[in-house]
Design a protein around this ligand. Sequence first.
Ligand code: FES
Length: 239
Amino acid sequence: MEMHFKIFRFDPETDREPYYRDYVVATEPRERILDCLNRIKWEQDGTLGYRMSCAHGVCGSDGMRINGVCGLACQKLVKDYQGSEILLEPLPHFRILKDLVVDMEEFLDRVKAMQPYLLASTPPPERERLQGPEERRKVEDVIRCILCGSCTGACPAMDENPEYVGPAALVWAYRYLFDSRDGQYTERLKAADHPNAVWSCKNYFECTRVCPKGIPVTKSINLMKREINKVFGEKGPSS
Ligand code: FES
């Protein structure tokens, strides 16, 4: 079968404006969008820019917008787009480096600002820090985040407040806030309690809809809002 692709192209070094280029690819229904991109690059147009690594939904590097919906090209099957042209664009809310390749720097800086690592308040034990199944269950969903940026790309609240840290950063905030081995609970809760953090989320649920790992992103953000109100009092967005 033949699939028709329309792909966003822009090289800031040579192009004055972005444009779209059409490609036709011979493919099979069970192949993925990423397979088609590879075929385009290897057989038709070596100048096309996109990221990929694992090709199996693990590394998170091929986040892009596919027919208006953010997701991973390696997880989308051609058969689900049969009968329509496939439009590929870079993730919204990210600076474009070239074609489908976006700058992840600011996104990762916002995640890093949430201190996405264990900050224990007790000396290291002789062996590992233990965590029971019940405690582990609290963070089980969010540890699946692969930092692909699909949630942040899809989130309408990013348009309303460009300073919003974004859903991915909040997933990582949640991950350590509720980790039984961490010792920075109050500090982490304070960091989440900011107009540019949990209070910028307006429950659009787009992040949850597009997350390739099925993380209940919006629910996690709402649980942090509830925790903030419980601990600091019902006060709405802090300043
Ligand atoms: S290429 Fe690694 S997640 Fe798609």
